[in-house]
Design a protein. Structure first.
Length: 360
């Protein structure tokens, strides 16, 4: 009776394998794991030094972006911070540039950029500052000029050039009389902030002007790239969401205007985004590839006349001049778009109907 209890080996092995033990994690497949803990099953493939984007853009070995995601994200975050500060604190690009250009020589060096970053509580280490400076310095001359500053450290589309600002940046700076090297030079050419050909129209036919966009070799393929789904519902004449039930979409905030600059984390539905209904039942404008930007784009008188002729609207020269004059009065600069012309034609048609009813 006091002897050891005879137990089948199969039962003993089963209990040892599956019975819980104090301080030991239950691992049913411990016997099969006869490999080191850091073992990787399958063939280990070494990551390539280049990615698909590097092959498409034919980048050189020193320009590969593979494995630089963290570096690019840090530079993008710093640039976004500087853009936001410049947009909130300065009315013009020239005022922002003068804030960075401490010594007034028309360019920004690395020391001036570091000082400007520290003023907005951006304390960058030397390596990150060098990467930011190299990103903005497109011509690799060791300095950031006015055109590079406007393209990479500002939202230049949100801050169009004003008339007096255009005169100042094209006129250039006068020689410094306190500097003997500049005071003794007679008839020296002024140092221009930008060249006159660097100023372009925001849109063909518009009066607003902006600086031309600097493109890197890697930007030429993806320039002006937009997906159709991002614009499929942004059309004039689309069926509003109030006419049909919406499921799974946040309430449309029609009581507040959509912000000009939208945060990445802002998921508020302002009514300008597409949804399943607009994709399944696109309007006639979406089917023809005409989006909201095409309606509100500033156009010349010749272009408006061609559009009206192509859609079958027949107007005499006198009638067209009348429509054009009425449409140009709706904008403080006299700019005209397709939507303005359409509203004027609707108003004239409504006035004719009222006139006919009163005559009857």
């Amino acid at each position: 009776k006091r002897g050891a209890k005879v137990v089948s080996k199969r039962v003993d092995d089963f209990k040892e394998k599956f019975q819980h033990k104090l301080g030991r994690v239950l691992d049913p497949i411990a016997e099969t794991m006869t490999v080191p803990p850091d073992h990787t099953f399958g063939a280990c493939l070494r990551a390539e030094e280049y990615g698909a984007g590097d092959l498409i853009h034919n980048r050189l070995p020193g320009e590969y972006l593979q494995g630089k995601d963290r570096q690019r994200a840090q530079i993008a975050a710093v640039r976004h911070r500087l853009k936001k500060v410049n947009y909130q604190n300065f009315d013009t690009l020239l005022a922002a540039f003068r804030h960075y250009d401490k010594n007034g020589d028309g360019v920004i060096d690395k020391a001036e950029l570091r000082e400007a970053c520290e003023q907005v509580s951006l304390h960058l280490d030397e390596k990150l500052l060098d990467q930011l400076f190299d990103y903005c310095d497109v011509d690799n001359d060791g300095l950031i000029n006015y055109l590079e500053f406007a393209n990479f450290l500002n939202w230049k589309d949100k801050m169009p050039l004003k008339e007096y600002e255009e005169r100042v940046i094209i006129k250039g700076r006068k020689p410094d009389c306190a500097n003997p090297a500049e005071a003794n030079v007679e008839e020296s050419e002024p140092t221009l902030l930008i060249k006159p050909e660097d100023i372009v129209l925001k849109e063909p036919g518009s009066s607003g002007k902006t600086l031309r966009t600097l493109l890197r070799p890697s930007d030429t393929v993806s320039n002006h790239y937009k997906t159709t789904s991002s614009e499929i519902s942004a059309v004039v004449g689309a069926v509003p969401s109030t006419c049909y039930p919406v499921y799974g979409v946040p309430t449309i905030r029609s009581d507040i205007p959509a912000p000009r600059i939208r945060r990445v984390s802002d998921r508020t539905n302002y009514g300008e985004e597409g949804n399943a209904y607009s994709l399944l039942h696109p309007s006639i404008f979406s089917q023809k590839g005409v989006f909201e930007r095409d309606f509100f784009k500033t156009r010349s008188k010749k272009e408006i006349a061609e559009i009206l002729y192509n859609i079958g609207v027949k107007l005499s020269d006198e009638e067209f001049e009348n429509v054009w004059n009425l449409a140009s009065k709706k904008h403080h600069k006299g700019e005209v778009c397709v939507e303005t012309i359409r509203n004027v034609l609707d108003e004239l048609q409504h006035a004719d109907r009222v006139k006919c009813k009163t005559a009857m």
